[in-house]
Design a binder for this molecule. Structure first.
Ligand code: JFZ
Length: 420
């Protein structure tokens, strides 16, 4: 009884039918473009440069005076994503440096009011996304290195920064989130980050409640590296496939019941980094995407555009290859769900309706792959590329698919199984 009374205060979140439909649509998209772009891009040393190089906030702020991305072209960015086979874009609206990359009345420290550019690239991007049928999510940092009310570094007492004004900061975030959701056309999601910086009361009930009140279909995610919290609509995994936890970031986030997303960098940086040339190959990116799909997760691949607004050619070249591959093999990725068949040494299995897609990414020693735990009876097996028949043998424990004579693909040989 007492428990019931205590819990009555915390609202339980019931997603609307529109929100549930948005989650399905989100899972169908599978591949998205993550973009980290801000005044930090000018220094070419990643988005943490202010913190890592101990640049005082007042000095760092001067970067806004020179931020003038004349070569930014929203159409080019959207076409870049589209050509890569991506269906959505998640872009930093405000990162930990606190600089708003959109026009906001809640703070003068924003791209329209504080830079010689004077324009709102996120509005152009939002409009272009609507035009081209690409969905848009906004990354939004909870952590702020500069604002007095946030009081970065302050001791935390009773769930608030002792030297800050927590109510003021929460209200500021609410004002900005309201702008992002109501002013920008077609926004489909908010991607929070920075939770892990301090142990405070983030007022998620109010913040998530506000977002879902303004638009119940908006998908809320939070890079808190914990199990999903009340009010969230998808669960993300940073730099790791769900369940892998090689980075240690996701140790406390067991895979929950919500749609899943995993994000990873195209080199080793989120924000533009001029010395980072550790470019991932197209093959590695395709494998990450296929492995994510096999685990029922979306893949959000990050790039850090240059301060002039251009995307560097290395990224364009790699993603053109990925896009061509997706054009040919998208049937086995888009709209699929994880099959529940565990990842195998040779690859994964995705599923759509009665079809199973066997992704052989690491060709086995023996001339066949064995698929355990397969439900249903396989009636047909073909090579996805050309529809040619592939030999198979089904037993109670699973299905053998024979690879002799099958034309292999250096990235991923896909065998489509039809079940009854
Ligand atoms: C966070 C950001 O700090 C980073 O700049 C980028 O935006 C990325 C997508 O998200 O990265 C993190 C988050 C948490 C930890 C480390 C990096 N952590 O808990 O150690």
């Amino acid at each position: 009884m007492l428990l019931g009374a205590v819990r009555a205060g915390a609202q339980t979140y019931t997603p609307t039918a529109d929100n549930l439909a948005a989650r399905q649509n989100f899972q169908d998209m599978k591949f998205g473009l993550f973009i980290h772009w801000g005044i930090y891009s000018e220094l070419g040393a990643g988005e943490w440069v202010m913190n890592e190089k101990h640049i005082p906030y007042d000095s760092y702020k001067r970067l806004a005076d020179f931020f003038n991305p004349q070569a930014f072209n929203a159409h080019e960015w959207v076409m870049f994503a589209k050509k890569a086979g991506m269906k959505y874009i998640t872009i930093t609206s405000r990162h930990h440096d606190g600089f708003s990359m959109f026009g906001t009345k809640a703070s003068p420290y924003n791209i329209v009011d504080a830079t010689p550019y004077h324009k709102d690239p996120l509005m152009e991007l939002a409009q272009e996304c609507v035009k081209e049928g690409i969905e848009l999510h906004f990354y939004y940092s909870l952590l702020d290195w500069g604002r007095k009310d946030y009081a970065y570094g302050s001791p935390i007492v009773d769930g608030k920064p002792a030297n800050g004004d927590w109510d003021s900061y929460i209200n500021f975030m609410k004002a900005q989130l309201t702008e992002l959701i109501t002013k920008y056309p077609g926004v489909k999601g908010i991607w929070f980050d920075g939770h892990w910086e301090r142990d405070v009361n983030w007022h998620y009930d109010e913040i998530y409640g506000l977002i879902h009140k303004l638009n119940p279909a908006i998908l809320v995610g939070n890079n808190h590296h914990l199990e999903p919290k009340e009010g969230e609509d998808f669960q993300m995994f940073e730099k790791d496939l769900p369940g892998a936890n090689t980075t240690g970031f996701s140790g406390k986030s067991k895979i929950g019941a919500l749609p899943l997303e995993t994000c990873e960098t195209i080199n080793n940086s989120w924000g533009f980094n001029i010395t980072d040339r550790s470019f991932k190959s197209s093959k590695r990116i395709i494998h990450y995407l296929v492995n994510a799909a096999g685990l029922n997760a979306n893949f959000l691949l990050n790039i850090g555009p240059m301060p002039n607004g251009k995307i560097q050619p290395e990224f364009t070249d790699t993603l053109a290859i990925v896009g061509a591959w997706m054009q040919k093999n998208g049937e086995a990725i888009y709209g699929t769900r994880g099959s529940g068949i565990p990842a195998q040494p040779w690859g994964v299995v995705t599923q759509k309706d009665k079809n199973l897609y066997v992704h052989v990414m690491t060709p086995p020693q023996q001339p066949y792959v064995f698929i355990p735990q397969l439900k249903g009876k396989v009636t047909k097996a073909v090579l996805l590329g050309d529809g040619s028949a592939v030999k198979f043998k089904q037993q109670t424990e699973g299905v053998f698919v024979y690879l002799n004579g099958v034309t292999t693909d250096p990235n991923d040989t896909i065998i489509k199984l039809t079940t009854n």
